[in-house]
Design a protein around this ligand. Sequence first.
Ligand SMILES: [Fe+2]
Length: 192
Amino acid sequence: MKEYKIIKSKTVVDNLDGIVSEIEELEPIIRLQAAIPDWETTTWTYDRYNIFLVAKEHGKPLLNFLYEELKEVILEYTEGKTCWLQSWLNYDTHKTVEQNLREHQHAWPVQGYISINPKETKTIFTKKYDYEVINEIGNIYIGPGYRFHKVVNTDAYQGTRITIGWDITYKDPRETPESYSGNYGSRFIQIN
Ligand SMILES: [Fe+2]
């Protein structure tokens, strides 16, 4: 199993304000399209949409560039294997993030996240892994799935904490159980 890697996204670093604006415009659209009520988060409704598909549909050029960049990172890590991507928006505040991104794992072979504007937070990989990632603007984390992790605040901050979470599957989602493949059309992108 490959170890995790962190790659800097040029799209995010060079265009932070623009990409944050695109995401701020997209968040209510995602909620509307995926029927996400106020009391649910765009994180735990990850199986209802794919942020990069919504971005493409609504003409968000920076997110489209970021998708192309992410695809390169994934193709290198997965060594060109056939694979599919699901991806969602983590949209939090200082007050909500530790509850929303409390300890959990992703039951997929490869997982990652893009720190768009991660504010003052770190991601702690727990149980037998025991390592921390200080989250910085533009960092793309890619690593093996199934690792328990959580997000904690490291300092005070204002405003919205934004990251994009994603998972990779090597199995055609159309041939996996309904609980995994639900919303195939709006949720999975075949990237290779
Ligand atoms: Fe996670």
